[in-house]
Design a protein around this ligand. Structure first.
Ligand SMILES: *[C@@H]1O[C@H](CO)[C@@H](O)[C@H](O)[C@H]1NC(C)=O
Ligand SMILES: *[C@@H]1O[C@H](CO)[C@@H](O)[C@H](O)[C@H]1NC(C)=O
Ligand SMILES: *[C@@H]1O[C@H](CO)[C@@H](O)[C@H](O)[C@H]1NC(C)=O
Ligand SMILES: *[C@@H]1O[C@H](CO)[C@@H](O)[C@H](O)[C@H]1NC(C)=O
Length: 427
């Protein structure tokens, strides 16, 4: 992989559009930055298109909930693209409470020669208007505009952790800690509550929803994961309120591994359907698991992301790192899995060859177009050259958000406030 780096605010989400030509990031400051891949030029055959900033806009602003005396952060939790249907692009962005539908469109002409106003938009004195003009469109520099088309507010009491566009492209869902709502893109004043796990007595609360996603092809099916390490598959055809799941995926705990931290580290931070729709992948604190939709009692594959942290859970609890929410992604053909770790390391697992690699996204260790070197963490014993000891890992540098191009070996890795785009070496 060779690399490219972009500076922004602390990145909170990364998402390619369905063909991979556009890449959107959301940040802590409520901004969305869209990158577009350059067209390949004929005289630079060995240079593949780089991603350059296409549009930047403020999606969410900080707000204050006077009723609860709570600050509502502007941080963008998730971005999801809609498939392109006309010349404009549409995406959904969400913070903790409000989902917005944005239209991003290009303009390269502007109207000139109005009758009632001048070029700056000021009204002309009617007394001076003596002739009728025909307005004309004049070419101008390309401008990319982002306009909010819909605002879906006031439907979530808790923090939104996921949004997912349905394969019917008419609806989407938004999930918070205790509820999942279904929306129609055209209707902002009403949503349908499809999951509600809020107990009548909040003191009986033992589990929260951590992530949710629609099946890529079956518009009636979706999954959601929980803080107890379980996944529920629901079918909206069965009943309007999907409180009773169709399938329930859970792995029995290995009693020999039981500890004070078992419950915390089994909490699922991300759930993703494979492109084929046959598998689901989940990320918990130490592992990534792949589940076959037809087998509920255990995952078919388990990959250790950073098993060397098992002996460090006590200090990771003290510094709150144990609550970090790592995401996971599939490559375009579902054969490779990627997820993040600490020290700006991220991991890839090849499901066929069972080979895995640790790579590092950092300014110090890579130059543009350099090749990434695999990294190794050593546990106890003698440390070999090029290895890094567990004790010198930097836990403030974490890779929580990554994205994989839908059809090529191009990945986007968010390392705090830097976005790294790595692509397969060309030749
Ligand atoms: C992704 O973005 C590109 C614009 O660069 C566009 O041509 C393409 O249609 C988009 N793909 C989809 C499926 O929306
Ligand atoms: C939503 O708005 C539409 C159009 O303004 C209106 O007809 C409808 O009754 C509203 N629904 C709710 C639940 O308020
Ligand atoms: C128990 O711990 C071992 C080693 O630390 C690990 O390889 C194994 O996957 C764990 N078992 C479960 C069920 O998590
Ligand atoms: C997924 O990864 C494998 C292994 O690197 C690669 O051969 C394949 O082309 C990738 N698929 C896509 C669609 O990027």
């Amino acid at each position: 992989f060779s690399y490219m780096e972009k500076n922004t605010d602390i990145i909170s989400t990364v998402e390619f559009n369905h063909t991979g030509e556009l890449l959107a990031t959301g940040d802590k400051g409520g901004r969305v930055v869209i990158f577009q891949r350059e067209q390949e030029s004929k005289n630079q055959v060995h240079r593949r298109g780089e991603y350059n900033v296409y549009s930047t806009f403020q999606s969410h602003e900080p707000e204050f909930d006077y009723l609860k005396s709570l600050e509502i952060e502007e941080k963008i939790n998730k971005i999801r693209w809609l498939p392109q249907q006309n010349a404009a692009y549409f995406l959904l962005s969400t913070n903790d409470k409000t989902v917005k539908l944005w239209k991003v469109s290009e303009r390269d002409k502007r109207p000139e020669g109005y009758n009632l106003k001048d070029e700056e938009g000021r009204l002309r004195d009617p007394a001076t208007i003596t002739t009728l003009r025909v307005p004309v469109l004049r070419p101008m520099d390309l401008m990319v505009e982002a306009t909010p088309r819909r605002v879906f507010a006031n439907a979530h009491t808790y923090h939104i952790n996921s949004i997912s566009v349905n394969s019917d492209y008419e609806t989407y869902m938004s999930a918070d800690d205790l509820r999942i709502n279904l929306w129609n893109f055209e209707i902002t004043n009403q949503s349908f509550n499809i999951v509600d796990i809020k107990p009548t007595n909040m003191e009986e609360l033992t589990e929260v929803i951590t992530a949710a996603e629609f099946h890529p092809h079956h518009c009636n099916t979706f999954v959601y994961s929980s803080s107890k390490g379980t996944i529920r598959l629901c079918d909206m055809r069965a009943s309007a309120l999907c409180d009773r799941h169709t399938k329930f995926f859970e792995e029995p705990e290995d009693p020999s591994n039981r500890s004070f931290f078992s419950e915390i580290i089994s909490s699922i931070s991300d759930v993703k359907f494979s492109h084929s729709g046959r598998y689901i992948m989940t990320r918990d604190y130490l592992t990534v698991k792949v589940w076959d939709l037809n087998m509920e009692n255990r995952p078919i594959e388990t990959y250790q992301v950073h098993d060397y942290l098992r002996s460090k859970l006590c200090s990771l609890y003290e510094n709150d790192c144990i609550f970090d929410k790592f995401e996971c992604v599939w490559n375009g053909s579902d054969s490779v899995i990627m997820t993040g770790s600490y020290n700006n390391f991220f991991r890839m697992f090849d499901r066929n060859t069972k080979r895995d690699v640790t790579l590092e996204a950092s300014r110090e260790n890579s130059k543009p177009r350099a090749i990434l070197k695999p990294r190794k963490v050593c546990v106890g014993g003698k440390r070999r050259k090029d290895e890094i000891s567990v004790d010198s890992l930097d836990f403030s540098k974490k890779i929580l958000h990554t994205a994989w191009h839908p059809s090529e070996n191009i990945i986007a890795v968010a390392a705090t406030n830097n976005l790294y785009i790595f692509q397969d070496k060309v030749n």
